[in-house]
Design a protein around this ligand. Structure first.
Ligand code: C2E
Ligand code: SIN
Ligand code: SIN
Ligand code: FE
Length: 401
C-alpha cells in the first residue's frame, strides 16, 4: 500500500474537488456533464481509461467511455496510413448492463459499495461478480486495476456508476490508492446531484417544448393544417438562421420560437380561416389581426423564448419594402427573426395545399421567392435559402404529411 497522502496532496485534492464542484453546477448539458465527471475523476486518480454508467430502471446505460491508450493507438495507426483523424476515436456508448451482481458495474450499482481491484483478471473464485473480458479481447487491451464507485444522490439512491481503469504511476500500471476511494466517492455524489438537476432541467425543457408544439398545432387545426407544417416551419427557420451565420443559441431560439408564429389564428373566426375561396378585403383585414392577437397572447412573458415568439408573431407578415402588416415596418427595422420566419412561412404555404389554393410546384415556388427578394423578403435571407436548398428540401421530404 502506498504511504499516507501528505497534507500538500490533500490540499491539492481539496482544491481540485472544489473546482470540479463549481464546474458541475455550471454545466447544464447532461452529456457534457457526464464526460466532465469522468474526465475529472480520471485526472484525479491518474487513470488511463474509464467509463460511466447512468441508471435507467433496472439497467445501467453505458453512457461515456474514455481510453487514452486506445485513442493514442488509433492516432498512431492513422498517422502511419497518412490519414487525418476525422472522427473522435473510442467512445462505444449506448449499450446496457443489467443491474445485478454478475458484472462489476452491476455489483456496485446494486450494493452501492466501492470495488477497488488490483487486477480484474484475478478476481478470486467465489465472488458474485466477474470481469467481462470481451472488450479487452476485441481491442487487444489489458484492463488491470480498477476502481468502481457508485454515484449516490442525496437520498442514497444509486443514479450511476463510475469505473476507473488502470491507475498510473509514471508508465507503470498500479493499484488505485485506497485514499482515493472516499474522494472519488464524494466527487461521484456531487456528480449524482448535478446529474439529477440536469435531468430535471432537461425534462422541464422537453415538457415546455412539447407544450409549445401542441399549442401551435391546436392553433393550426382550425386552419385545416397539420403538425407537419409546424415542424417544417421550425426547421426551415433554423436552417435559414444557421445559413445567416447566427450563433447556435440564436438558431435554437428561432427554431423553438417559430412554431408559435400563427398562434393568433385562434382569435380569427373559422368562417374566414376555413373559407375555401378568396377572402374579401374586409375578411383579409380581419385575418391580418392574427399577428396582433398572437403578440397579445405572448406579451409580458418572462421566458426569453416566448419573447422571441412574440416578436415573430408580430412581425412575420412584414415585408422588406414596407408593404406588409400590421405595422408596415421596412428593411432592418423588421426584427431578423421575423424576416427569417416570413420566408420559411411563405415557402411552406406555397409548396403546400391550402383550403384556398393548390400546392405549387417547387419551381414556381422558388420563382415567387426569388422575385420577392428585396421586395417581400430580405435579400440576405433569400440568399441563405438558395445556399441551403438541399437541407430545406430534405426537411420538406421528411415532413411531407
Ligand atoms: P398561409 O396560408 O399560411 O400563407 C402564408 C403566406 O404565404 C401568405 O401570407 C402569403 O404571403 C404567402 N402565400 C400563400 N399563398 C400564396 C399564393 O398563392 N401566392 C403567393 N404569392 N403567396 C402566397 P398572407 O397573404 O398575409 O396570408 C396570411 C394568411 O391568411 C394565410 O396563411 C391564410 O391563412 C390566410 N389567407 C390568405 N389568403 C387567403 C385566401 O384567399 N383565402 C383564405 N381562405 N385564406 C387566405
Ligand atoms: C423537435 O426537434 O423536437 C422540435 C423542433 C421541430 O420539430 O422542428
Ligand atoms: C414587437 O413587435 O413586440 C417587437 C418587435 C419589434 O421590435 O418591432
Ligand atoms: Fe401568419
Amino acid at each position: 500500500m502506498p504511504a499516507k497522502l501528505s497534507t500538500k496532496d490533500l490540499q491539492g485534492q481539496m482544491m481540485s474537488l472544489n473546482r470540479i464542484g463549481i464546474a458541475l453546477t455550471k454545466e447544464q448539458d447532461l452529456n457534457q456533464l457526464l464526460a466532465l465527471i469522468l474526465t475529472e475523476s480520471r485526472l484525479f486518480t491518474n487513470a488511463e481509461a474509464g467509463s460511466l454508467y447512468v441508471r435507467e430502471g433496472q439497467q445501467l446505460r453505458f453512457s461515456v467511455s474514455q481510453n487514452d491508450v486506445l485513442d493514442a493507438r488509433k492516432k498512431a495507426e492513422l498517422k502511419a496510413q497518412k490519414k487525418q483523424l476525422e472522427v473522435v476515436p473510442s467512445t462505444f456508448t449506448g449499450f446496457y448492463v443489467s443491474l445485478d451482481k454478475s458484472s462489476l458495474a452491476g455489483y456496485v450499482g446494486v450494493t452501492a459499495k466501492v470495488l477497488n481491484l488490483l487486477d480484474v483478471y484475478k478476481v478470486p473464485a467465489g465472488k458474485e461478480y466477474k470481469f467481462n473480458r470481451s472488450f479487452d479481447e476485441k481491442n487487444n487491451y489489458r484492463t488491470k486495476s480498477m476502481l468502481i464507485v457508485p454515484m449516490k444522490d442525496a437520498s442514497g439512491n444509486v443514479v450511476g456508476v463510475i469505473q476507473l481503469i488502470n491507475a498510473h504511476k509514471g508508465k507503470n500500471i498500479v493499484p488505485f490508492d485506497k485514499h482515493y476511494e472516499n474522494l472519488v466517492l464524494s466527487l461521484a455524489s456531487q456528480a449524482a446531484i448535478a446529474i439529477r438537476n440536469a435531468m430535471l432541467t432537461q425534462e422541464l425543457k422537453e415538457a415546455y417544448l412539447d407544450t409549445i408544439f401542441r399549442l401551435s398545432v391546436a392553433a393550426e387545426y382550425k386552419d385545416d393544417d397539420t403538425a407537419s407544417h409546424i415542424h417544417r416551419m421550425s426547421r426551415y427557420s433554423a436552417i435559414l438562421a444557421e445559413g445567416l451565420g447566427l450563433s447556435a443559441a440564436e438558431v435554437e431560439s428561432i427554431r423553438y420560437a417559430s412554431p408559435m408564429h400563427d398562434i393568433g389564428k385562434l382569435g380569427v373566426p373559422d368562417s374566414i380561416l376555413m373559407k375555401p375561396g378568396k377572402l374579401t378585403p374586409a375578411e383579409f383585414k380581419e385575418m391580418q389581426n392574427h399577428t396582433v392577437f398572437g403578440a397579445k397572447i405572448l406579451e409580458n412573458a418572462k421566458a426569453e423564448l416566448l419573447k422571441v415568439s412574440e416578436i415573430i408573431a408580430m412581425t412575420h407578415h412584414e415585408k422588406w419594402d414596407g408593404s406588409g402588416y400590421p405595422r408596415g415596418l421596412k428593411g432592418e427595422s423588421i426584427p431578423l427573426s421575423g424576416r427569417v420566419v416570413a420566408l420559411a412561412d411563405v415557402f411552406d404555404a406555397l409548396t403546400s395545399k391550402r383550403c384556398y389554393k393548390p400546392a405549387f410546384s417547387l419551381e414556381d415556388s422558388m420563382k415567387i421567392i426569388k422575385e420577392g427578394s428585396g421586395r417581400h423578403f430580405d435579400a440576405k435571407v433569400v440568399q441563405a435559402f438558395s445556399d441551403n436548398l438541399e437541407k430545406i428540401l430534405a426537411v420538406k421530404a421528411q415532413f411531407s404529411n
